[in-house]
Ligand binder design. Sequence first.
Ligand code: HEM
Length: 469
Amino acid sequence: MVPKEKSFHSTTRSVHGWNGSGNPNPGFTVDVPTNRNIFLKTADAWMGGKRVDDAADNLWRIHDKLYDLTDFIGRHPGGRFWLETTRGTDITEAFESAHVNPAVAKMLPKFYVREATNKRNSPYTFHEDGFYKTLQRKVWPVLQRVGRGPSLKMKLMADGQAALYVATVFAAAVHASYGLAFCAGLVLWTIMGTAHNFFHQADNFRMFYFDLSPLSSSDWRITHGLSHHLYPNTLYDFEISVLEPFIHFLPEPHKHFLHRYVTPVTCHLTMLLAFFIEIIKRIAGLIIGTRKFEMINVLPWAQCVVMMLCTGSFQTGLLLYLTTICTASFFFAWVGLIAAHHHPEIYHAYDTFRSDPDWGLCQLDAVRDKIEVTGSLFLVAISFGDHSLHHLFPTVDHSKLPYLYPALIETCEEFNLNFSFVKQKELILGMYLQICSANPNPKPPGFPQIKPLIPEVVQKMIHKKKNHS
Ligand code: HEM
């Protein structure tokens, strides 16, 4: 039954009020994630909410077992951050997707403490004969051959973008040129896409290129890496909740008409100002003590000061900097939102949930890949291409993901899944349609049983693999 209550301001009420299929967060034991609808949505608040919902004491939960990884934090090859941050939570999805190497799971018994007494909050499964574990087994020999880390081209691209950004910022400041400040913004947008590839991996200096923007790589490791990636388009996806009330992607049956028909226009203003809102949140967090000061977060201010010093004018320097970050903000947000996740045919909370909650299948339900960028490392990096594979193997460098297509397509065929790419224009239109949508999809998610769209570069790899075997 669809609730009669209409709510414009309060998603708490709307989510609580939903009674269509019992739970807008199907499969999860918690109906509305703790802290989902608070005013100041931050990475720390999301993690704190998950700690409450997962109830893993002060330990780490993987499947139905609790582990104490305290002594392993400093020795973790992926870096301290991932384990330090996730203490007290269920890390099943993070653990399973971060490590393709089967040797890693064999280390767990050393840290075993006891069985968990409560049911896992998350519905996702990782059965050995399920889609994801089957795919992982096929992918592992490929990764052993090609490696998981960045190629030289990927590293040079990231370093080149960073150098170009610094040069453009200086040029804009020296010439007091708004045109160059706009160009600096475009370069900043591209570098953020590339740096995103690096913050998913073990600690490395290139992930800090992301902090050239007013966004923080350590926050994004949580809000993007641990939230959006592991639970895409669900109520646990921070990248959905943080946009509310400015952009509502979930097809809530009682969505206010302003959210449906006005925000598809005003969302562009939100995209333009998104970085500002982050700056304000960051300052607010520092003032009220919910955020710790990190030296790296000084980078954006330093750029602003450089622009002021070079132009000799507070106002001109500030306006130049604002031009740069508004440009980066708009392109990063818009390209991100049309990249892969939003279309009424892509799974979102409230839609009918699949009957087999294999984590890999649920990832494919919430992602679509655009055909146009496939095969170009630069376009893939700046526009979140190869996105299905990136979601399935987030710690594998983007330069290595294309090698995994034959294994993905083969596993999809084995599981009777008609994996297909889509055209970019469908995802652009889909993003706006999704904002307008208040009709949960009654069909279980999946790919349509029509001729799949596979780019030529991927077809060639599949043929090559078939010829080899
Ligand atoms: C929140 C959970 C975790 C996350 C997000 C995470 C993340 C990562 C990342 C990003 C890497 C680098 C990947 C690479 O080099 O390909 C890594 C490597 C590794 N992690 Fe974790 N990790 C987690 C939990 C654990 C746990 C619980 C263990 C073991 C008890 C573990 C053991 C390892 C090992 C052994 C490696 C090296 C793998 C290899 O060289 O093949 N990790 N992890």
